[in-house]
Write a protein that binds this ligand. Structure first.
Ligand code: PTT
Ligand code: SF4
Length: 619
């Protein structure tokens, strides 16, 4: 019997007719899928007709907590935002640290599901059982930071989620922003919010969240926090956070450079974690987190000089080395522009780098771009980034993401459009990392590292190793990160960065829900979620083939020309072999589609009918 953790309630809001309802959360779904990504994909599977336009009122925008959310447990203040992605056309989600997650649970909602489209810009205001849709015409057109400031003044002690002008203009990689420095929903979930004319969600909750054993939970949390704080690398983490990865990536030849042409960057020291420390003025963290990795840096040059921006590795990898920018201040200017406009830094870095390479190869002229684009030219990159956010000039095409932009340019440019399934690759070069390439290839939302930052394990196993064991380890990592952490909706960084013991999580779950999950139970849930997400993609693409799981041609065809791994590139035969093992272990057929037996084993019998209805023949 469930004794806590979930509130058991889903808030449904239809912006077309202005009505809302509260629905009971199905207890079996909660137990079988936990929350976050698990419950979100189930709703999308159940409620979206195949082929639904992501920008249509029928698409759902889902804010999903997990059973641990809202309790004072280490790093549990996260929120999954999910929808059918306008960037990829498949399942999309993001994970954002925000007080909105805590307030959602305290207001008594596990999930908020939004559908429809408001006639005019609106904001959704929730205070416990009060739910109101209010005009927000005065906020439309304002940047995400301004809106955060205005709403904080009007609604005290509330959780706030907003979109910037990028989301309003339906930039396909617009994100949802919170607390000036947190951003989530890389696959364009800010644009889905914009398509619904929803500028902001403000939520305040004051209720107690049911828990099976609150005293035990508090005791465990105390121990958990103290384990985290006594971890060997805790002090260094608090100094540099994710920015320590710049040096690590450079040393291991995976720092994305010149549109993922190289894995090392000559000027890496000027964009490193140490450089960041020189700019750091303060730091903050997500709710209930003792790791405080939100590094607040002062910009000391360029048009945004004097302003403060929150900095992370992905942002600097993609807006620094990947653009050939060695001046930290220009990378910071680009980062802040993306945050205020509410667009994803990773895709922004990718689409700017792609355009620069297209110019270099003579496939785009200076006149076509409207800006004299060169590697390392921060001023030119910033001008173009502004054009993207406002969809002006060529920015209108670039706002569609690299897959669509390269299709427009043609002339073979698809080979260096760095994406998988339409989602741009996050900041790890894979010329010499076949396992990490497979992680990007098989990530359930397109090329994101969130499901498997496998490169760290791959280096230990041996980067050239092509074995079934390597693939088993990759799947193990996907189960933990993409399966468990995205469904429990708690931060994975205590585990991956500080070695926080995974055994804590079944204990936390027991204390809040009263249910006895073993780690193995959690991996079965993870597999169920992966099978359901894959089924969602296949239902949208009934001619699914293994080509959907391939990284871009560049990594196979153009070797590294610099650094200790000069000459390295991926081998197609080896990649194909890894992919075949991957499918075999997951119980998917040679096209990458779960077999009937696999779906049944995961308790997903209902999926079989859904796939067959769109003409997919299952093995
Ligand atoms: C995440 C992706 C990342 S992952 C980064 S930096 W990273 C980029 N951050 C952006 C940003 O900032 N502004 C912006 N305009 N666009 C941005 N795009 C990029 O988005 C994130 C942290 C980080 S910092 C990471 S690794 C971990 N991610 C987690 C995850 O995915 N799941 C989980 N259970 N725990 C995680 N913990 C860490 O959280 P997306 P955040 Mg993010 C400014 O959103 O879509 O998932 O993409 O949410 O609150 O900023 O925290 O080196
Ligand atoms: Fe947020 Fe960083 Fe803490 Fe994770 S480690 S919860 S991203 S502050």
């Amino acid at each position: 019997m469930i004794r806590g953790g979930w509130t058991g309630r889903i808030l449904r809001v239809d912006l077309s007719n202005g009505k809302h309802t509260v629905q009971n959360l199905d207890a079996k779904d909660a137990v079988d899928l936990l929350g976050g990504r698990g419950l979100a994909v189930k709703i999308l599977w159940d409620e979206l007709k195949p082929g639904t336009d992501p920008f249509s009122p029928e698409n759902r925008l889902i804010f999903a907590t997990g059973p641990l959310t809202g309790f004072p447990l280490p790093s549990s203040g996260k929120l999954v935002i999910a929808s059918k992605s306008p960037l990829t056309g498949g399942y999309g989600d993001g994970n954002i640290g925000t007080m909105a997650s805590v307030h959602m649970k305290k207001a008594g909602y596990d999930l908020i599901v939004i559908q429809g489209k408001a006639k005019e810009p609106v904001l959704l205001h929730i205070e416990d059982d009060l739910v109101e849709i209010k005009p927000a015409g005065d906020l439309w057109g304002r940047d995400a930071y301004e809106v955060q400031d205005l709403l904080e003044k009007e609604y005290e002690k509330s959780g706030i989620l907003v979109i910037g002008p990028g989301g309003e203009k339906l930039v396909r990689f617009a994100v949802v922003v919170s607390e000036k420095g947190r951003a989530g929903g890389r696959p364009g979930l800010g644009a889905v919010m914009g398509s619904k004319n929803l500028k902001a969600l403000v939520i305040k909750g004051t209720k107690d969240i049911p828990a099976d054993n609150l005293d035990e939970l508090k005791e465990m949390a105390k121990e958990g926090y103290s384990e985290i704080k006594s971890a060997e690398n805790y002090d260094f983490w608090v100094r540099q956070g994710t920015m320590a990865t710049v040096e690590w990536s450079q040393k291991n030849s995976v720092l994305p450079t010149y549109n993922f042409s190289e894995g090392v960057f000559e000027e890496w020291e000027s964009i490193s974690g140490y450089k960041m420390e020189e700019h750091k003025v303060s730091q903050k963290g997500c709710p209930y987190c003792a790791m405080q990795c939100g590094m607040q840096c002062e910009i000391r040059g360029g048009p945004m000089e004097g302003e403060i921006v929150e900095v992370d590795y992905e942002n600097i990898g993609m807006l620094g080395s990947n653009l050939g920018i060695g001046d930290f201040n220009w990378a910071l200017n680009l980062n802040l522009l993306a945050d205020k406009e509410g667009i994803d830094t990773i895709t922004l870095g990718s689409v700017l780098a792609f355009a620069t390479e297209a110019v270099e190869r003579g496939l785009l002229s200076k006149d076509e771009v409207g800006v004299d684009l060169k590697w390392g030219d921060g001023q030119a990159m910033l001008e173009l980034a502004e054009m993207i956010a406002s969809r002006k000039g060529i920015g209108d095409q670039m706002a569609e993401g690299v897959r669509r932009f390269s299709a427009k340019i043609g002339k073979g440019s698809e080979k260096f459009a760095m994406h998988v399934k339409g989602l741009e690759i996050s900041a790890y070069d894979c010329h010499a990392a076949p396992g990490m390439a497979l992680a990007f290839g098989t990530s359930p939302i397109g090329a994101h590292h969130k499901d498997a930052w496998f490169i760290a394990w791959e280096l230990k196993l041996g980067r050239d190793l092509i074995t079934r064991e390597k693939v088993e380890r990759l799947i193990e990592m996907q189960r933990i990160r993409g399966g468990f952490f995205e469904a429990a909706v708690t931060c994975r960084l205590p585990w991956i960065e500080l070695g926080f013991n995974l055994e804590w999580y079944p204990k936390f779950l027991k204390a809040v829900t009263g249910l006895d999950y073993t780690l193995n139970d959690l991996w079965l849930i993870a597999d169920r979620i992966y099978n359901l997400v894959r089924a969602f993609w296949v239902r949208e693409n009934p001619n699914w083939s293994r080509k959907m799981d391939y990284p871009p041609d560049k990594w196979f065809e153009e070797p590294l020309t610099k650094g200790p791994l000069k000459g390295a590139k991926l081998d197609r035969g080896a990649y194909d072999q890894l992919l075949s093992w991957y499918y075999e272990i997951r119980g998917w057929d040679e096209r990458g589609i779960p077999t009937k037996a696999t779906l049944k084993k995961s308790g997903l019998d209902y999926v079989i009918e859904g796939l067959e209805a769109v003409g997919v023949s299952l093995s």
